[in-house]
Design a protein around this ligand. Structure first.
Ligand SMILES: Nc1ncnc2c1ncn2[C@@H]1O[C@H](COP(=O)(O)OP(=O)(O)OP(=O)(O)O)[C@@H](O)[C@H]1O
Ligand SMILES: [Mg+2]
Length: 350
């Protein structure tokens, strides 16, 4: 075998060179691998940033959606609450009108039953007064003077009693008449009527009616009529009756307040008409004593009155309620502040 004969120095040199080459290649390999690692980390970082950005965008989008949905839901909730409130008022109104309808029928029924015996009371008290007169002028004349005097006194007392019976019987009769109007409130014929003219006529009628009994009473009458209303189909006598009832109540209230406040107070009763969509509004307003809230829900009930005996039967408003709701398919509402005003609004379909 051939062995190259090289000096020891060369051998060392070759060895060192080989080591240097080996080391350099390791170093290069190491640097390349480190660079790759660095690039990898940089790529990872970019990817991470991108993912983070995507995530934030998605989050924002989600938040937007949630917010939109929340607004929608709260709007729906509000709408539902409004509908519920409307339903509740409609239900209360329905219950009220059912109650009023059955009360009206009951009232009319009772009136029919009372009318007959009441006629007997009135007629026989009338007859008895005449019989007493005959007794006084006839058979009594044959008695002695002292007996005549005594019998005369008794007959006078009896006549007075009978007069009272007759007076109160008549009053009961007018109450019964009012009650009977309930059962007849559908009998009239509908006609095309100018509501403004009708309202004005009955306001005047009511005012002059009150003034006929008390000339010293003066009130300011105000009217504000919507001329675009034209004519509407109603039963004129019945709407007239409603207007008289409302105006009478208004004048009564301002008259009472005038008595209390005297010169510092100006009684005002106003009647306003308005056309709104397919409805006609008639408003009767007064600046009288108003209606206390504790009795406001009772005023349309038959026989509810706060007036002293003989001055009110408590049938005016219940009759008006029937005429407007049953007879004309409308509404009647009241609004009041005790001590300040009362406002009645009639809504009639056109
Ligand atoms: N404008 C008003 N101001 C104050 N209170 C009123 C008014 N209208 C009605 N009221 C109250 O409502 C009650 C009932 O009224 P309604 O017209 O039915 O009967 P009334 O006036 O007492 O008697 P009637 O009308 O049968 O003669 C009245 O007694 C009164 O207490
Ligand atoms: Mg009345």
């Amino acid at each position: 075998m051939y062995i190259i004969n090289i000096d020891i120095e060369y051998r060392v040199l070759i060895g060192i060179s080989a080591m240097v080459i080996l080391f350099t290649s390791f170093l290069i390999a190491f640097v390349i691998s480190q660079r790759k690692k660095l690039q990898y980390h940089q790529d990872l970082h970019v990817l991470h940033d991108e993912q983070k950005k995507n995530l934030t965008e998605q989050n924002e989008l989600l938040e937007k959606h949630v917010q939109q949905r929340t607004t929608e839901l709260s709007k729906q909730k509000e709408e539902l609450q409004n509908t519920l409130a409307h339903l509740k008022t409609a239900q209360a109104k329905l219950i009220q009108s059912e109650k009023m309808a059955s009360l009206g029928e009951l009232t009319a029924g009772i009136a029919h039953e009372i009318q007959n015996p009441l006629n007997f009371v009135n007629n026989f008290s009338d007859l008895s007064v005449e019989l007493l007169k005959e007794l006084k002028d006839g058979p009594l004349q044959s008695l002695s003077d002292t007996q005549k005097l005594e019998a005369g006194k008794i007959i006078e007392d009896l006549s007075l009693n009978l007069e009272k019976i007759n007076d109160h019987g008549m009053r009961a009769g007018s109450i019964v008449k009012g009650m009977l109007l309930h059962s007849r409130s559908n009998s009239g014929k509908k006609e095309l009527v100018d509501v403004n003219v009708l309202a004005h006529e009955y306001l005047q009628l009511s005012y002059f009616g009150i003034r006929a009994n008390d000339k010293s009473f003066i009130a300011t009458l105000r009217t504000d009529f919507d001329q675009s209303i034209g004519t509407i189909e109603v039963i004129p006598q019945e709407i007239g009756q409603v207007m008289v009832n409302l105006c009478n109540n208004a004048f009564y209230s301002v008259k009472q307040k005038k008595k209390q406040l005297k010169d510092i107070y100006e009684p005002i009763v106003s009647v306003i008409t308005k056309k709104s969509n397919d409805k006609i509004e008639i408003i009767v307003n007064d600046n009288g004593n108003g209606i206390p809230s504790r009795i406001l829900h009772k005023i349309f009930q038959p026989f509810f009155t706060t007036k002293p005996s003989g001055q009110g039967t408590g049938l005016g408003l219940s009759l008006s309620y029937d005429i407007i709701t049953k007879g004309h398919g409308g509404h009647i509402d009241v609004e009041s502040k005790e001590g300040e005003y009362a406002k009645f609004t009639i809504l009639l379909p056109q």
